[in-house]
Design a protein around this ligand. Structure first.
Ligand SMILES: C[S@@+](CC[C@H](N)C(=O)[O-])C[C@H]1O[C@@H](n2cnc3c(N)ncnc32)[C@H](O)[C@@H]1O
Length: 220
């Protein structure tokens, strides 16, 4: 039983556990959730253990180092993860990029673009138009890379993010352990050689799908 508003904070292990349980109701059994995949594509694309641990970590990091006011998400899909992040960090500005080449649930998309300070840039993250537009919004305190999962595109998104991240900002990469997309893990391993960042991995391999979060923290 959750005794307080779930998005208020997750400061304790008990609160983290409640939040993980909450997330299980948002996602499919292949990710460790309680929903069945029925093709409606209105589920959260996250493993509850990983997302709850990540938010717990970011919440603590924020208290000691930097507020997350300005968020960039590369690969928005229908925006469910975006909404969860926004509930915790209440961003002043969100910029999201998507070329909408994948299947999404349009009702879900519409629901997740509302009630937030969002600028949605539609196009490929490697296009010069998108790169030019990003200049109006940077620097960002938090960036999530979860767009194309092809190696050369992920490298593009990493290079883009390195140029756009603020001092003490955090770059997140999703799917660093996803065997279906080995290019993501390969690109993450390359980023890990960058001395301007420190690194952390949040990985739960208990379920049918493996994802994994890479966390790259800009040192100064
Ligand atoms: C895995 S989904 C993103 C999931 C989302 N971050 C979430 O957690 O709810 C990947 C998204 O990236 C988009 N995408 C793929 N290649 C892209 C590219 N080159 N530029 C921009 N978006 C791209 C797809 O259309 C898709 O919606």
């Amino acid at each position: 039983m959750i005794s307080r508003y779930i998005f208020k904070s997750i400061n304790t292990n008990k609160e983290k556990k409640s939040f993980k349980e909450f997330l299980r109701h948002q996602t499919n059994s292949e990710y460790g959730g309680y929903k069945i995949y029925d093709g409606s594509r209105n589920h959260l694309l996250q493993i509850p253990e990983e997302l709850s641990e990540l938010i717990f970590f970011l919440n603590n990091y924020k208290k000691k180092h930097t507020d997350f006011k300005n968020f960039l998400e590369i690969g928005f899909a229908s925006g469910r993860t975006n909404t969860i992040f926004n509930r915790f960090f209440n961003f002043k500005q969100i910029v999201a990029i998507d070329n909408f080449a994948c299947d999404i649930n349009t009702n879900d998309l519409f629901a997740n673009i509302q009630r937030k300070n969002l600028t949605l840039l539609c196009g490929n993250s490697n296009s010069k138009e998108i790169k030019m537009n990003l200049k109006y919004f940077y620097p960002f305190n938090l960036i999530l890379i979860d767009g194309s999962h092809e190696y050369k595109d992920v490298i593009n998104d990493i290079n883009l993010s390195i140029n756009l991240i603020n001092s003490k900002g955090v770059i997140l990469m999703h799917d660093i352990c996803n065997k279906e997309y080995p290019g993501v893990g390969k690109a993450w391993n390359k980023l890990k050689k960058n001395k301007n960042f420190s690194f952390k991995e949040i990985v739960c391999k208990k379920y049918y799908f493996n994802c994994g979060f890479g966390v790259a923290i800009k040192k100064k």
